[in-house]
Ligand binder design. Structure first.
Ligand SMILES: [Zn+2]
Length: 141
């Protein structure tokens, strides 16, 4: 197994396979206004979860219930996500694990954490090293 930077990231779970909460979208849709209650669904290739969002002044209370037939049948659970203001109109979430300000939190069915805490890779990281080098070079400007 390769160490960090060896390019062998194939074993890592991809962001695309996780349940994701995108705070930019939540904000845009008005779901982060204090006092707002929202019920919705999150889907990933492996999980479906019913999710209740309760926006408060400084955080977002999630109540999550993974649906059967997803084994095991987890009871609903709650997680509080601290919110932080960045600038006048920008709002982001603070990762409950490391405290980093992020726009998207991910869950494999349990805790919503940032990409780094879940050690996730983007699907784009699965391309070959040469392609990746070109991509990086192109996206620098
Ligand atoms: Zn984190």
């Amino acid at each position: 197994m390769g160490g960090i930077g060896s390019g062998q990231s194939g074993w890592r779970t991809r962001c695309e396979d996780m349940l994701a909460l995108d705070f930019r979208k939540l904000k845009k849709a008005g779901h982060l206004m204090p006092g707002k209650l929202t019920r919705g669904w999150l889907k990933s290739p492996y999980r479906v979860a019913e999710i209740n969002l309760e926006a408060q002044d400084r955080d977002l209370l999630l109540t999550i219930r993974c649906k059967p037939p997803m084994p095991p049948k987890w009871p609903p659970w709650q997680q509080r996500i601290p919110l932080s203001k960045m600038g006048r109109n920008r709002l982001c979430a603070l990762c409950p694990k490391c405290g980093k300000a992020v726009q998207i939190l991910y869950s494999g069915g349990m805790h919503f954490w940032c990409r780094g805490c879940h050690e996730l890779a983007y699907a784009s990281q699965f391309v070959g090293p040469e392609e990746r080098r070109q991509k990086r070079a192109q996206s620098e400007f």
